[in-house]
Design a protein around this ligand. Structure first.
Ligand SMILES: [Cu+2]
Length: 125
């Protein structure tokens, strides 16, 4: 008797988990690229730890279509980052047409854990 009850509860659970997985899968696939701006804004508001940091680096690539820029950047102690090769979205105020691969620059980031946006890029001296 108790075996029967347990197994039907188990299958109900399995169905619920399957439904959840399905919903999650569909959501992930439907998430549009254009959501990034809203996402980073929300993350900053939630964590309440909006930070600004600046460092120097070499421009590795510029993607004007997506308004993104890739740097080989120096360590950023303010946010506990080692030196790395990384792509960032740039704020709309940043003119990426003036930024060229190979250029040494100083740049400023703002955001919160895991989600930073380039706020300014200036030539490094
Ligand atoms: Cu980085």
């Amino acid at each position: 008797m108790s075996d029967l009850g347990q197994s039907s509860r188990k299958s109900a659970l399995t169905a619920a988990v399957a439904a959840l997985l399905l919903a999650g899968g569909v959501q992930a696939q439907a998430a549009p690229m254009g959501d990034m701006t809203g996402m980073s804004g929300k993350a900053g508001a939630e964590s309440g730890k909006q930070q600004t940091a600046s460092t120097t680096g070499t421009v590795a690539a510029v993607n004007t279509g997506q308004h993104k820029v890739t740097f080989d950047h120096e360590p950023i102690p303010a946010i506990n980052w080692p030196a790395m090769h990384m792509e960032f979205p740039a704020a709309s105020s940043v003119d990426l047409s003036k930024v060229k691969p190979g250029e040494k620059v100083k740049f400023t980031l703002s955001g919160s854990k895991g989600s930073y946006t380039v706020q300014s890029i200036t030539p490094a001296q």
